[in-house]
Design a protein around this ligand. Structure first.
Ligand code: G3P
Length: 216
């Protein structure tokens, strides 16, 4: 399973990258706004900066909602760096655009997936990545992990090539459950990734080893 970090914060991207386990980055307009990135040129430069830090797929989201605008924006984003993946929302014109990008050799991430039907459509259009938002599904009283399992089964039965990119990760258990449920990729904020490190018995065991090492 690939690990992407879900942030536009360059320090956190550097910290995750330094662990040596990072395979890519996802961003969205909310995450860019949170970092104070304003204006088209600043946004494009920020994507370039991220591409300089991480060797892996970097999702950059279009803001248009009609086919022609999505295509024009996606072409600009894809030209920034060979590792850019154009992130397109799950809407009718988005599906058409994903098919166009697929036919023209541009990688895509279909975002805002909340149902198996949407995941099937995105895969039919040839999306490289399909992003179910598990945390937001859980927040709505549904079961995000059940959706990951369902999409995983459907893609396996049907032989779809799209990779399931589990997004809206809220804690370390989400990452573990995604690995079990067959997600190809998780994209997570830094804290849940670092949460995988933690176990109290590791801390107690290490303290004891270090204490005993003084007697060696
Ligand atoms: O990549 C999508 C993800 O950022 C959404 O996460 O926490 O806003 O639901 P969240």
């Amino acid at each position: 399973m690939k690990f992407f970090i879900d942030t536009a914060n360059l320090d956190q991207i550097r910290e995750a990258n330094a662990l040596g386990i990072l395979d890519g980055v996802t961003t969205n307009p909310s995450l860019m706004a949170k970092e104070g990135i304003k204006g088209n040129e600043a946004v494009l430069q920020h994507y370039r900066n991220i591409c300089e830090i991480v060797e892996g797929d970097i999702s950059a989201e279009v803001l248009g909602t009609d086919f022609n605008t999505i295509i024009e924006e996606g072409k600009v984003l894809a030209a920034l760096h060979p590792n850019i993946v154009v992130k397109v929302p799950m809407i009718k014109d988005g599906v058409k655009a994903i098919k166009w990008f697929t036919d023209n050799g541009i990688k895509t991430n279909c975002t805002l997936i909340f149902s198996a039907g949407q995941a099937i459509l995105a895969a039919k259009a040839g999306a490289t990545y399909v992003s179910p938002f598990i945390g937001r599904i859980d927040d709505s009283g549904w079961d995000g992990m059940q959706l990951i399992s369902q999409i995983s089964s459907i893609y396996a039965v049907q032989g779809f090539k799209s990779q399931i990119l589990a997004a809206s990760i809220r804690n370390a258990n989400h990452i573990i459950d995604c690995a079990e449920a067959g997600a190809h990729v998780i994209t997570s904020p830094l804290d849940p990734i670092l949460g995988l490190l933690k176990h109290p018995l590791t801390d107690i065991g290490l303290a004891k080893f270090l204490e005993d090492a003084k007697k060696m």
